[in-house]
Design a protein around this ligand. Structure first.
Ligand code: SAM
Length: 192
């Protein structure tokens, strides 16, 4: 983190020397990853290098798979990092997504020294959603130390959350069914 532009510049410089270069980015490189900065640097340097972007599994869908099926309908993804995006804009996006009843996936939720964004996001979400709304907290998905918790919006801040965590906040239809977080698709199966 913090070295992205430098990494992209190095990659583009090597590619201009006709070297084949791979820039490695976790999850999907096009989701808060290196794909955008590599394309921007190449354009900025007017480099005529060809760039192939190989899709990966992003934390949102990896987390959804271990939680159950919370993302089978419309959902929104919001990063709580205000390093590159002004906090006011993040707040506007959170308000809009919460008001529109999207399931919301939160990336970059909080670090040791950065607790306010998640606390503020929590307050915004509670303006539109019941404290009983199911919430999934997934840390280090796919790794040996993976941790999965299904809780409620009201209790979200009682859990350990760090920068290796992705949070999935259900919408008004999301339920916990057999210990899995599910947003019903609309088939009405559970009414009978
Ligand atoms: C800069 S973003 C990179 C996202 C990555 N490109 C992707 O597609 O998953 C970093 C954030 O992604 C999420 N994340 C990345 N890897 C994760 C993992 N293994 N388990 C849970 N969340 C993860 C966390 O919210 C973390 O703060």
């Amino acid at each position: 983190m913090g070295q992205e532009v430098e990494r992209a510049r190095t990659a583009v410089a090597k590619a201009k020397e006709n070297k084949r270069v791979a820039v490695v980015s976790s999850g999907d490189p096009g989701v808060y990853g290196m794909a955008g900065v590599v394309l921007e640097v190449a354009a900025h340097e007017k480099a005529t290098v060809s760039v192939d972007i190989i899709p990966g599994v992003t934390a949102a869908t990896a987390a959804a798979a271990v939680l159950g099926a919370p993302l089978v309908g419309d959902f929104a993804v919001v990063s709580l990092s205000d390093l590159l995006t002004p906090w006011k804009l993040i707040e506007e996006r959170l308000n809009a997504a919460a008001k529109a009843d999207f399931v919301i996936v939160l990336y970059n939720p909080q670090s040791q020294g950065r607790k306010e964004p998640l606390a503020s996001a929590h307050q915004i979400l509670l303006k539109y959603r019941s404290p009983d709304t199911p919430v999934g907290i997934v840390r280090a998905v796919g790794r040996d130390d993976e941790k999965v918790v299904i809780t409620t919006l009201g209790n979200l801040l009682d859990h350990e959350i760090d920068m290796a965590t992705t949070i999935v906040v259900g919408n008004s239809a999301t339920r916990v069914i057999n210990e899995k977080m599910v947003t019903p698709r609309g088939y009405d199966l559970l009414k009978n």
